[in-house]
Design a binder for this molecule. Structure first.
Ligand SMILES: Cc1ncc(C[n+]2csc(CCOP(=O)(O)OP(=O)(O)O)c2C)c(N)n1
Ligand SMILES: [Mg+2]
Length: 276
């Protein structure tokens, strides 16, 4: 897919995030919008998956460690054809397949249940190690939050991934500077992140998390990196694409009302029209 087409997919994913949060009346727009570009690149450029066969043994794996951003994953999976788009309107409803946090037992395409921050990288490590032991070529991708860096388990997993030379593992750190109720610096500073990950033995790529072309190049670089795992420390804007949600901790876990959703969709449709 071309860079322009990937940008269009990211825009569609953002529109779908807003559309599904409105009837749900709850959920997390900020961190979902923040990761829309990388999910577009993963599901429409990078990952080898079969929507009609979600458990295909050789598929590339994906773990959304920051599981509260489930809407971005659901939007990408629906757009890729894992399930009908109408399901998005059942977000967070009892008995439906799209729960508030990803559930691998309920949703086709979800490889790991997440939501408790800190666990996703360990799960991804296990998948990557299994791939090596089974001599499979699949790759494992994980999206982490910067607030999530406060979890000690992340650093145990970081150490283990380097120790086991998991070069089939790629992490994307959504470095938006905000977590649940303030800046990551105020709540629990994890600076300097590139130095820390380098010290833990990872190949570090610093990248603009909204620059599709740069992301495509970063995944190519990750693939060429042997003997160690790769992490993209990706500068992003929480709420990216919706003016009044951008860089606002208040939009971490609040759904828009009808008027706000309409305004958000108007802005995103304008962006789509500009893309052509
Ligand atoms: C173990 C654990 N502690 C607390 C929470 C509550 N919580 C949900 S989201 C969040 C902030 C996450 O911030 P960040 O990782 O930066 O995510 P993003 O900014 O991308 O939304 C917190 C503390 C949780 N889900 N899991
Ligand atoms: Mg954050």
């Amino acid at each position: 897919m071309s860079v322009l087409e990937l940008k269009r997919k990211a825009n569609q994913i953002r529109q779908d995030i807003i559309t599904m949060l409105l009837p749900a009346k709850s959920g997390h727009p900020g961190g979902s919008l923040s990761s829309a570009d990388v999910l577009s690149v993963l599901y429409f450029h990078e990952m080898n998956v079969r929507p009609e066969e979600p458990h295909w043994a050789d598929r590339d794996r994906f773990v959304l460690a920051k599981g509260h951003a489930a809407p971005v994953l659901y939007a990408a999976l629906a757009e890729r054809g894992f399930f009908p788009k109408e399901e998005l309107l059942g977000l967070r409803q009892t008995g439906r397949m799209l729960q508030g946090h990803p559930d691998m037992k309920k949703t086709p395409g979800v490889d790991m249940s997440t939501g408790s921050l800190g666990q996703g990288l360990s799960a991804a490590n296990g998948m990557a190690m299994a791939g090596k032991l089974d001599q499979k070529d699949y790759r494992v991708h994980v999206v982490l939050g910067d607030g999530e860096m406060a979890e000690g388990q992340v650093w145990e997993a970081a150490m283990a991934a380097a120790h086991y030379k998991l070069d089939n593992l790629v992490a994307f750190l959504d470095f938006n500077g905000l977590q649940i109720d303030g800046t990551t610096d105020q709540v629990m500073s994890s600076d300097p992140l590139p130095d820390k990950w380098k010290a833990f033995g990872w190949h570090v790529i610093e990248v603009d998390g909204h620059d599709i072309e740069a992301l495509v190049a970063a995944f190519t670089e990750a693939k060429a990196t042997k003997g160690k795992p790769t992490i993209m420390i990706a500068k992003t804007i929480k709420g990216k694409g919706v003016s009044f949600m951008e860089d606002q901790a208040g939009w971490h876990g609040n759904a828009p009302n009808a008027e706000q959703a309409e305004q958000a969709l108007k802005e995103l449709r304008e962006e789509a029209a500009q893309l052509g």
